[in-house]
Design a protein around this ligand. Structure first.
Ligand code: UDP
Length: 461
């Protein structure tokens, strides 16, 4: 067993952490010894991984640094919502000293640091430790290309109504409010903002970059990112985690049984879910309900429960479930998304276009009916709709209310047997599976990554 030791530092948000943990699993299988930096309350997320690799994966548990804008006890972004990113990135940067202390007293210190791209400040940490830092992007390469541009020249991009990105493959352009939220929150000269900007800019200077994407999906953008950053080591190893088997959550098996009844009718069901945390207003819930009703399609609609008592949030209109009984169900809470998308009767996905959902849809070959709302979702939707043709847009914006008739029409058109998007999604499924299979692009790049890390250990000896 190799003693080459790697340090892994995930960012504590659902959308970031799972893919990096899946990568860590592959690195352990490749023969590396790994320490994961984690704060106490996030430790349970690591349990499955730690029990699979009891001898090769350890943890470095550090207390979550306090921050005036983070409620005491909150250690995961889920507990505060997306507005917590700036405080979280800043709070976690306080871990620099404890990490250095641990490192300098370790008998076999790590030879490299792999950290989430939101933790770009670790570039400086790695420099102090004299080890290479590798940025992990659990997101699309197009997002990285766009963010690099925005943060290098923030005032220009914040002052324009429409931001153009000449030179990025596909020459995308976005309305200002559709730029990534992490950029829109930036305020020049504000210390917390400056740390975030420096962090994201530092990613381009890292020793290497890993992306949860694959060549057939984003080859030209990956080449662009490599050329622009000058970093020769770009590894596209996705889709990561798409073989995840969820612990059976509330109602999960019931949903799968419900799907089984349509087994003769492959691809006929639309799965509706807006990620792990998005809640909708009353008007949005109503428009969506009527749109689904008018589409005439079979569907599963996953509704997240409101934490606040605000009127109508997360509530399905009265009588709706009865009206659609027999062809549609509403499920409250958490469902096993990977298993649902993988079910052969599910052919479409009404989604906010979060990157994990996108990857899971690619592997399952489901067409996406997109409703991007925030974060990287507008950028992802652009890739899916304009570049790849595997999706259509049904609505845009976190506060928008779709026209139910139009929504119903879009859904029934895309779900139809001769929809070109469905055909493209099926082609992309083949590419995703090929990328991950032996000899496929992602599988090869993962091997190259493991090899490069093992080599770093050899140099040490
Ligand atoms: N997910 C799930 N069940 C749910 C809702 C979400 O398994 O009921 C998973 C989904 O499979 C995906 C992740 O949660 O892996 C959501 O990540 P994504 O990037 O799509 O959206 P975010 O939650 O970050 O907005």
């Amino acid at each position: 067993m190799s003693k080459v030791h790697i340090l892994v530092f995930p960012y504590p948000a659902q959308g970031h952490i799972l893919a990096l943990l899946d990568l860590t699993h592959h690195l352990a299988l490749g023969g590396l010894t790994i320490t994961i930096i984690i704060t106490p309350k996030n430790l349970p997320i690591l349990n499955p991984l730690l029990s699979t690799h009891p001898n090769t994966i350890q943890t470095l548990i550090l207390p979550f640094p306090s921050h005036p804008n983070i409620p005491a006890g909150a250690e995961n972004l889920r507990e505060v919502g997306n507005t917590g990113n700036y405080p979280f990135i800043n709070a976690l940067s306080k871990l620099q000293q404890p990490i250095i202390q641990w490192f300098t007293t370790h008998p076999n210190p790590p030879v490299a640091l792999i950290s989430d791209f939101f933790l770009g400040w670790t570039h400086q940490l790695a420099t102090q430790l004299s080890i290479p830092r590798i940025a992990f992007h659990g997101v699309g390469a197009l997002l990285t290309a766009v963010l690099n541009r925005c943060f290098r020249n923030p005032t220009t991009f914040q002052s324009k109504e429409v931001a153009d990105f000449p030179g990025i493959p596909g020459t995308p352009s976005f309305r200002r409010d559709h730029l990534p939220t992490v950029f829109l929150r930036y305020r020049e000269s504000e210390p917390e903002s400056e740390l975030v900007r420096e962090s994201l800019v530092a990613n381009a200077a890292s020793w290497g970059s890993i992306f949860n994407t694959f060549r057939a999906l984003e080859g030209p953008v990956l080449d662009h990112v490599r050329a622009e950053s000058g970093c020769q080591r770009v590894f596209a190893v996705g889709p990561l985690g798409s073989d995840r088997v969820d612990a059976n959550p509330d109602g999960g098996s019931g949903v799968l049984r419900w799907l089984d009844q349509w087994v003769e009718d492959e691809g006929s069901v639309l799965y509706v879910c807006f990620g792990s945390q998005k809640l909708m207003r009353k008007e949005q819930m109503e428009a969506l309900a009527f749109g689904l009703e008018r589409s005439g399609c079979r569907f599963i609609w996953v509704v997240k429960e409101a934490f606040t008592a605000e009127e109508g949030y997360g509530k399905v209109p009265e009588g709706f479930e009865n009206r659609v009984a027999g062809r549609g169900i509403v499920v409250k809470g958490w469902v096993p998304q990977v298993a649902i998308l993988g079910h052969r009767v599910v052919g479409g996905f009404l989604s906010h276009c979060g990157w994990n959902s996108v990857m899971e849809a690619m592997v399952a070959g489901t067409v996406i009916v997109g409703w991007p709302m925030e974060a990287d979702q507008f950028v992802n939707a652009r890739l899916l709709v304009e570049e790849l043709g595997v999706a259509v847009r049904a609505c845009e914006g976190a506060d928008s209310v779709p026209d139910p008739d139009e929504l119903g029409r879009v859904i029934s058109r895309v779900m139809g047997v001769d929809s070109p998007q469905k055909e493209r999604a099926e082609l992309m499924r083949g590419e995703a599976v090929k990328a991950m299979s032996e000899g496929g692009s992602s599988s090869k790049e993962l091997d190259q990554l493991v090899e490069a890390l093992l080599q770093l250990g050899v140099k040490e000896e």
